[in-house]
Write a new protein. Structure first.
Length: 167
């Protein structure tokens, strides 16, 4: 109700300030200088119709935003090339290797404004060393990449990754 009064007062002040209408106001009707009369009920109905149209447009826009946000799942939230020492060589620019443990072959990757969970988010990793392979996990919202050599021993090495959010 307060919004309606504010919008109405703004519209009246704007109209008067621009000299568009000469207006005589009573409590139940509005008499315009051209002879038209608008009742308070008629004004309320017109405002409700306009608010209804605006609400319909806003709902349509919100539906489109939701659709586009759903499509976000088809785009990677982060991707990159990481060197064996944990340096970020290239990529999306929104991730950082926050810990690298050569003894376990583990790389902890933090992705800006994201909390990663390996069982619901999608990550593909390709180890760049001969015979090396990678697995993924997560802890505390960080992506974990583990590298192993061909014999299954933990190792350090470069890798590429891409991570997607599940819709």
């Amino acid at each position: 109700m307060k919004l309606r009064k504010t919008l109405f007062a703004t519209a009246l002040m704007s109209a008067l300030a621009l000299g568009v209408w000469g207006l005589a106001v009573s409590f139940t009707t509005f008499n315009f200088s051209d002879g038209d009369t608008l009742s308070a009920a008629g004004l309320n109905s017109a405002l409700n119709d306009n608010f209804s149209a605006a609400e319909t447009a806003i709902n349509a826009l919100e539906a489109k935003v939701a659709e586009l946000e759903g499509m976000r799942a088809t785009l990677p939230i982060a991707y990159g090339w990481v060197s064996g020492d944990g340096s970020n060589i290239s990529g999306s620019g929104n991730f950082e290797v926050v810990n690298h443990n050569p003894a376990t072959g583990r790389y902890d990757i933090s992705i800006d404004d994201e909390s990663i969970y390996y069982q619901s988010d999608y990550t593909m990793v390709t180890a760049t060393g001969d015979g090396n392979y990678a697995t993924v996990a997560s802890v505390s919202g960080n992506l974990l990449v583990y590298l192993y050599d061909a014999d299954g021993n933990p190792t350090s090495g470069g890798f590429n990754f891409v991570t997607f959010k599940r819709p």
